[in-house]
Structure formats: C-alpha cells, structure tokens
Ligand binder design. Structure first.
Ligand SMILES: Cc1ncc(COP(=O)(O)O)c(C=O)c1O
Length: 454
C-alpha cells in the first residue's frame, strides 16, 4: 500500500504516518488473530489483517470516497490476476451479474443484442442472482440438470436444450468447481451464443491451466465476506472483449456515454462537440446517455481493501484447496462416503473451492435436515446449495421459464445436500472438530433411524 506523505492538493505533510501508527497499535491491541477452537465454527469468513486496515484507512484519509486511485489500480491488478484485458469494480457479485447480462442487451450490439423473449440456458441449482437478470430483462431461462458430484451443468442436456430462440448460456462455477468449459465453449461457438461465467465462487480456479472467466464473453466476481477475497460488499465484471468494457462501464455509471473518471472532465477532448440522439449539437457529453443505466460504482475504500486482499489471493486459495483435500481424505478414511456422495473436481480443472458439499446417497436413512440441525447445535456452521432448485422458490411462481428435462439431480441436491466450510480461517484443529461432529451426528442419526424402523 502506498502511504501518501503529502496532501496531494496542498503539498503539505498531512500526518498520515501518525494516523497509521495509531491504527497499527489499535489493530494489535484489539484484533484477535485466529478463530477460537471451542466456539461456533462459521462456514465462511473473512480474513482481515493489519495491512488491510491500513489500506482502508489510507483510502479514508484521501477523502476522495468515490472510485478513485485505488479503484483504478485494483481494476488493473485484478484484470492481470484473472488473465483478462479489463475488469470493472461494482457493488456486489449480483450487480456484476446484472451488468453482464444487461450488456448482452445493449443496443450497441445491433442485431446480436439479446432481446425479450430470447432463451438463455442455465441451471436451477445455484444462486438466485445468477439467473434473475435473465428474467429481469424479459428473457426466458431454460433450466437443465446438474451432475451430483461436480454440481455443474450436464453438458449433454445443454446441447439438447438449444433451440432457434437460444441466445446465451449463463452458468456459475459451482462452489469453485469449474464447469466443463471445453464443451460449453464449443456449444457457444457452434450456435453463436454468448457465454457469461459467474465466477463469484471460483476466483483462482483454473480449467486446462487457464483461469476461469477467460473463456466466456463476460465473467463476474463477488467480494462479499464469504468469498475468496473481501471488500465488504463488492464485485467485479471482467472480460477480454473491449466492446463489452464500454457497455459495462456505461451501464454501471448511470448509462452515460462519457467515460471520464469521477471528478474528471473532457477526457474525450471534445466535450461540447458531440451530436448524439436527438440532442442539440454540442450538448455536454457528460450528460449524454447511451444506455438505460444504473449507478453501481463502488467506493475507493472498498477498492483499497480489494487491492490489499488481492495480494493474498494465492495464499487463500492454497488454504481452501488444502482444507478441501483434508476434509475429503478424512471423510473417506472414516468411511463416511458410504453414506454421502462426495465432491469431484471437473476433469481438466483445478478448483478454487468455496465449500465442501456432501449429498446424502439415495436410500441411506439420513435426513439432511436432521444432520444440519444437529451440526449447528454442535457449533458447526453449514450451508445448503443456495436456492436448491430455483423453480421451487416463491420468487419463481409465475415466472416464464422452460424445463426441457426432469430436474432430478437438482431436486436431490435441494433435498439432500449441504456444505461445510473450507475458508482460510480454519486450521486442521477446526477441521478435526468438524469431522468428529459430522461422524458423531451421522452415526447417532443412523442408529436412531434404524431403531425406529425396527
Ligand atoms: C454463484 C454466485 N453468484 C452470485 C452471488 C452474489 O454475490 P453478492 O453476494 O456479492 O451479490 C453469489 C453469492 O454468494 C454466488 O454464490
């Protein structure tokens, strides 16, 4: 982090070093390192270290507040890290998904633009805001089923679901496990479809040695505290297609045609020379709108935190992978895989795990509801695969969607899956407590359910 020694406007020393010294003392005196072993073990969590706090304070001391020097640097470094030509920060992963889908509908795409009534192939086993932008733009989500061990889309069903109305595929890399990018990219090429990769849960994952998010037209990230890096609230869109950068930026920044950074004017050097739409010639370009947009810009404080978190991403991803492997090994060593389907990395991929998902096998007398209730009572955090099966959610009543095949596995996931934490705040000791608790609730539950049957 660059600590400014001088006030950038006055050139006079502004005492930042003193503030940072006090902040350092505050951190050391007040912030506990490490999660207690005997308390509640949350399923996700953020790791905020001293340099992260200094970064946020530095952005506060700038008093710029809206997107500024930190946002610029974060967007540049994030793009480099994910192997994309550009990235744009926004307020959340959901906003990133909204901006990405909205970009596909931009009038500037001409005949290629996605229009109301067009179909978009996706899955129902996942997070709602991967799919809601499709519905919000009047398009029709087409839900296909998922595999029970990668929790990703069944590629054969995607091929069969394509019709003359299909215009795009929108899929998430479920819990950090990449979907089959070779096959999905090939389907997109064959049928001229757009692809949005929701990589919100998968920062750091690779497929065939390439970072996820670099295969599709646009990709998204979330920096909510549960995610691989944290900015409080936050997210990003990234891509290597320059055309989409202009569209995403416009949609994010009120829909404007102007691309000046906040606080800057006349970057185009012809601010009063434009003639667009039915506006009078020379109408101020700062107030010309080429999209029906939003304001979904993040602050420089969020960006400063993102920048310092980004330097730790490799460490965080390594720790998530190690924790996932340890849970996997131990669950198999303890014979618990007799009762559960365990997760499998997609072929050619190196996942950046978000969680460890277990699915009660068919005909095993274990109730997911009982298991997660007992685990929570023992202080072990659990989560379900987000919305389970989206079409069974109240929000989807009355929504126009298509389901070409039975969502059998999606329903099984909704009824029988849950996941355990792998976030970097968990040590082997926490994982052992999770495993011991899991083993004890499984064995107790089996004993109880079997004796009830007798
Ligand atoms: C796959 C996926 N997409 C999108 C989101 C939304 O991200 P946010 O909470 O930052 O809006 C999430 C949230 O966890 C997610 O898991």
């Amino acid at each position: 982090m660059e600590v400014k020694k001088e006030n950038s406007r006055t050139g006079i020393g502004d005492g930042r070093e003193g503030v940072h010294a006090a902040v350092g003392d505050f951190f050391l005196a007040n912030v506990k390192s490490g999660l207690a072993l005997d308390g509640y073990i949350p399923v996700t969590g953020k790791i905020i270290e001293q340099d992260d706090l200094h970064a946020m304070v530095e952005a506060c001391l700038d008093m710029w507040l809206t997107a500024g020097r930190f946002a610029k640097q974060f967007e540049r470094e994030l793009a480099q890290k994910v192997g994309a030509r550009w990235s744009r920060m926004t307020v959340s992963g959901s906003a990133a998904n909204l901006l990405s889908f909205a970009a596909l509908t931009s009038p500037s795409l001409g005949k290629r633009a996605v229009r109301p009534g067009d179909e978009v192939i996706t899955v129902a086993a996942g997070f709602p805001t991967t799919v809601s932008p499709i519905v919000q733009h009047g398009c029709v989500p087409v839900f296909v089923d998922v595999d029970l061990q990668t929790h990703n889309v069944l590629v054969d069903q995607v091929s069969s679901a394509v019709t003359s109305k299909t215009r795009a595929i929108v899929l998430a890399h479920t819990l950090g496990n990449p979907f089959d990018l070779d096959s999905i990219s090939e389907i997109c090429r064959k049928h001229d479809l757009f692809l949005i990769e929701d990589s919100c849960d998968a920062l750091g994952a690779t497929y065939d040695g390439r970072p996820v998010g670099t295969f599709g037209d646009l990709s998204t990230l979330s920096f909510y505290p549960a995610h691989h890096i944290c900015t409080g609230e936050g997210g990003a869109v990234f891509s290597s297609k320059p055309q989409f950068m202009k569209i995403v930026e416009s949609l994010r920044d009120w829909g404007r045609d102007c691309w000046c950074d906040p606080g800057k004017d006349n970057t185009c050097k012809k601010r009063f020379e434009w003639q667009l739409g039915d506006l009078p010639e020379g109408y101020d370009h700062k107030y010309i709108y080429s999209h029906l947009g939003y304001n979904l810009k993040a602050t420089d404080i969020q960006a400063a935190l993102g920048l310092s978190q980004l330097q730790k991403l490799d460490r965080f991803v390594t720790s998530r992978r190690e924790n996932h492997n340890y849970l996997d090994q131990q669950i198999k060593l303890r014979g618990l895989n007799e009762f559960f389907l365990t997760p499998e990395a997609t072929a050619k991929s190196d996942p950046s795990w978000f969680g460890y998902l277990l699915t009660v096998r068919e005909n095993v007398p274990l109730s997911r509801r009982e298991l997660v209730k007992s685990l929570e009572e023992k202080g072990i955090g659990t989560r379900q695969l987000f919305a389970g099966n989206l079409i069974r959610q109240p929000a989807f009543k009355g929504v126009d969607y298509r389901v070409p095949f039975e969502l059998k596995n999606t329903d099984h996931v909704m009824a029988s899956s849950f996941w355990l934490g792998v976030w970097p705040g968990l040590t082997k000791l926490h994982l052992d407590r999770i495993l011991d608790s899991l083993e004890s609730v499984v064995r107790n539950s089996l004993d109880k359910n079997r004796s009830l049957k007798r």
